[in-house]
Design a protein around this ligand. Sequence first.
Ligand code: NAD
Ligand code: TYD
Length: 356
Amino acid sequence: MILVTGGAGFIGSNFVLDWLAGSDEPIINLDKLTYAGNPDNFASLAKDPRHRFVHGDICDRELVAALLKQYQPRAILHFAAESHVDRSIHGPADFIRTNIDGTFSLLEAARAYSATLSDTQRESFRFLHVSTDEVFGTLGADDAPFSETTPYAPNSPYSASKAASDQLVRAWFHTYGLPVVTGNCSNNYGPLQFPEKLIPLVIANALAGKPLPIYGDGQQVRDWLYVGDHCAALRRVLADGKPGETYNIGGWNEKANIDVVHTLCDLLDELSPAAHSYREQITFVKDRPGHDRRYAIDARKIERELGWKPAETFETGMRKTVQWTLANQAWVRKVQSGEYLQWLDKNYAQREESKT
Ligand code: NAD
Ligand code: TYD
């Protein structure tokens, strides 16, 4: 069996669902259920004996050690993190705790556990660290995309905490021989994404008749990858990734934020027409401090060495995402309560409309 951390969040729950759709190998799913963790995401597995949910914190080393001892997983897939850049700007402490201390704690538990394994078991054991392209910092318009050898230059509290966790993972391989592999992935989108990130926020606001907030001039560029493609890449990395290596995972889909929002508006105009075009709800607001201008991923290594490349195009992935959101309005409404409303007030109330 495998142990997944953060499997109640966006990518983790997609991974759990995809895994069990294609394999009978059981999953232990350890998640603290922060605001971003949602057990509804795996409600379809309620009676499935292959999925065991454990409500707990990756910083709780005793709990993690007990789980490893009891279930003897052949791999740990580490998704758990604080993941939203804007939240890291408002309050970095949780990012330091979970992303750095939590990863450290997990690495130590994994190291102690791997020492109890037989030689053959230790040989095949893997610690798969799920990370981001944001550790590489920002690119100019003409710069080459990030490769696995691009130096780290994180700019936000979020990316700095993920960069620190990547470095710990690397050191546990070199110093202790823990068989780690890391995936540095670009921006994900798709079903079950919490509506604080750009794409689900814009869909939710559009349908609610609210402004669609574009930070700054909207010309910041991200590389977008459909979440199911990321999950497929992680399965390849787990199966055949080389210990100690990192793999850049991306969609070959560089888009300016304003173009992403235009695409969403046009899809909504088609699939859920209102009396006006949703583009009329676009509002430029005050920029994010330290906003990275451009991310781009060179994903040739994972294609060359592991035979992975994305199956979805931007057009097919975005259409699926909008269709899923329209078909799952109850899920959206349920997460748009209490804490979420406070967050919207904190992040957007002070961002007066700008004339950009
Ligand atoms: P998310 O915020 O949707 O989910 C994070 C999950 O981790 C939640 O279920 C939360 O409850 C859990 N968690 C948080 N702190 C915990 C703790 N201390 N102990 C146990 N569980 C805890 O995040 P996501 O978008 O699914 O991202 C998953 C991973 O992928 C993260 O490591 C993130 O850095 C990385 N990543 C995300 C993206 C993206 O675009 N979303 C891109 C590249 C990499
Ligand atoms: P986000 O989804 O928060 O991901 P990240 O910051 O990790 O890339 O944001 C994606 C891009 O969209 C980023 O350039 C910031 C921008 N953005 C907006 O313009 N408006 C918004 O309301 C949000 C949440 C993001």
